[in-house]
Write a protein that binds this ligand. Sequence first.
Ligand SMILES: [Zn+2]
Length: 98
Amino acid sequence: MVRQRQHPRCGVEVKPPVDEDDEADVWDIADGLLAGAIQYWLFSRQPCANPQCEDCLSVNTAEARLKELLKELLKLAGKHAQESEYYHSPSDANVGRA
Ligand SMILES: [Zn+2]
């Protein structure tokens, strides 16, 4: 059941996009999902055992992986955000109200 709840930051009543239990904070859930995605992305980019490997050059240190991750985020975040049905909201400040 989708019902009204208070916005976690400003207290204004909002209708959440998904079902949730009474105690859940959708912002915390979203932050947790993002943290999990970053965790999995870093797991998937572990270099092989050969420190001289050319193929793993872009991910062969923690700093190199972070640089790759940030590059990917810049590329993908805008694309996925704009494709999302939640990119625009009827309560956006720049939506005209008659
Ligand atoms: Zn390698």
